[in-house]
Structure formats: C-alpha cells, structure tokens
Design a protein around this ligand. Structure first.
Ligand SMILES: [Zn+2]
Length: 279
C-alpha cells in the first residue's frame, strides 16, 4: 500500500505524497441504468441508489494536484445532493490559486463542472491534464448533432464546460508519467479517453480508479454489469476486469469516484467476482 494510514482512512500518506478524498456530495442513479444484471442484483439498487461523488487532492510538497473538480453548480437540478465542494465560492479564491495541476479523469459533467463558472476557469494557475482521445471526442463540433436527441443536453453542457479551460490544457496520449510518483493510466471504455491514476512512493502504491467502477453494489461482485453511460460497454468491462485483477493480485489500495464511501479499500476475490474491503 501507499503508506501508513493517516487518522482518517480517506487519506493515504507517505513521505511527501498525500492523497485526501474530497467529497462532492452524492448522486442518485436509477437502477435501470445498469444492465446485464440478475433480478436479485437489480433489486439491490431498486429503484435508485445513492452514489458517492469523490474527488481527490494529491499533495507532493511542491504541487497541489486535484483529481477531478466535481459538478460545480451544473447538475443540482438533476442531482440536488451534488456539488458540495463549491469551488466557485469566493472564499475559496486563494485555495484555487494554489492548485498547480488538475487531472481530469474524463469529461462527464460530474467531473468537470467545478472547473469553471460562467465561462471562466476557476483555477488560474493549474495545468489541466486530459487524454487527447477524451478532449478530441467531446469537443468535436459534429458530436452535438450526431448523438440522439436525448443526449444533446449532456453533450452541449460538456462542450460549454470545456471551452474555458482550453488554454490551460496538457493533452496526453496513453500512460503518462506526471512526476512525483504519479502516473496517468489509460482506462478507456466508460469514455473514449477515460484515465485512472497510479501513485507510487518507493515500493508502496495506490490507484484512483475514477469511473472504472460505478456501482459498488453491483460491479464488484459482477464486473460484467454494464452502465448506460459507458461509451463502449465491452471495453469498459475489459478495462474493469484487468484493473480488478491487478488490484486484487497485488493488494493495491484504491478509491473510486462513485463508491458510496470516500475511503480507500482493497479488492479480494469472492466467488466469480470481487469484494471491496475497506482498510
Ligand atoms: Zn462519473
């Protein structure tokens, strides 16, 4: 594991590298968004289940690196319990200015809404790290008219949220070393350029999975369960299985955006699937 547990299990610390979970509230996602499930599994999330909305702050001593920015003010109508990070609040001006880097795991609005307000980036000094495949996919002007009518508001919002951060971008292609023991891990499927993070300090490691897993209730026990917002469900399953195998084989502590808990845990194999065990 990355290191000794701090007082709170939602923080891992070792040497100069500290990871702290920052919760952006909760999202209520309908059970119908998950498919390839048995009736018993479906009943476990029926009619909707409360999901976490975790982001993280990695501190290295010289850098403050945010992993995702939450949904800001942009999803409150749909998810009233979301957006509790309030990066847009005037009293957070100094805190925002101190952020040196922001890793965007992918460009769904619950991950990038907190980056800007009314068309202005809220983090003036941050380099914003996104996979090129992700940026190119969502900012393609033709996308808006090529998706089904019911997906247009989602795409339109993402395109509006992308604009203000365009000149602070660092686009990456595949696995990338960001220095200080932080590596971007290409983890496509949920979106075309979805990425996770690998953190290491000496022989200790940890992984931030982002949306490789969405439902802790369903997808640990059965990684083949599909999620309606996955852009390539087959690839999402493949990515999830590969990372779950690695996490369980090497007992790597990890956290994920939409787990109900913001704590780190390990994966253990259980029957044909896995179980999350908090550490
Ligand atoms: Zn998400």
């Amino acid at each position: 594991m990355l290191g000794t547990l701090d007082k709170s299990a939602s923080r891992l610390a070792r040497g100069n590298l500290t990871v702290t979970a920052l919760s952006d509230g909760y999202l209520d996602i309908p059970a119908a968004y998950f498919s390839n499930v048995t009736q018993t599994e479906q009943d476990a999330v029926s009619p909707s289940t409360r999901f976490g909305a975790n982001t993280w702050l990695i501190e290295t001593g010289t850098r403050k690196i945010l992993v995702d920015a939450g949904s800001g003010e942009y999803l409150k109508e749909r998810f009233p319990a979301s957006g509790t990070l309030t990066w847009q609040a005037p009293e957070k001006t100094e805190e925002r200015a101190a952020v040196t880097d922001i890793v965007i795991t992918h460009m769904h609005a619950d991950h990038i809404g907190g980056l800007s307000l009314n068309g202005s980036c809220l983090f003036p000094n941050a380099e914003i790290h996104v996979q090129a495949a992700e940026w190119d996919f969502w900012t393609d002007e033709a996308l808006l008219t090529s998706v089904p009518e019911d997906k247009r508001p989602l795409v339109g919002l993402i395109q509006a949220l992308a604009k203000p951060v365009g000149n602070q971008l660092r686009l990456h292609r595949g696995d990338t070393d960001l220095g200080d023991g932080i590596t971007l891990l290409s983890a496509p499927g949920h979106t075309p350029g979805h990425q996770a993070l690998h953190l290491s300090s000496g022989s200790k490691e940890a992984i931030l999975l982002a949306d490789v897993v969405v439902s802790d209730v369903l997808q640990f026990a059965n990684p083949d369960v599909r999620y309606a917002l996955d852009s390539d469900p087959d690839l999402a399953v493949k990515t999830r299985r590969a990372l779950f195998d690695r996490l369980s084989a090497d007992r790597i502590p990890f956290a994920a955006t939409h787990l109900y808990t913001d704590r780190f845990g390990c994966l253990e194999t259980r029957d044909n699937g896995f179980a999350f065990v908090e550490i």
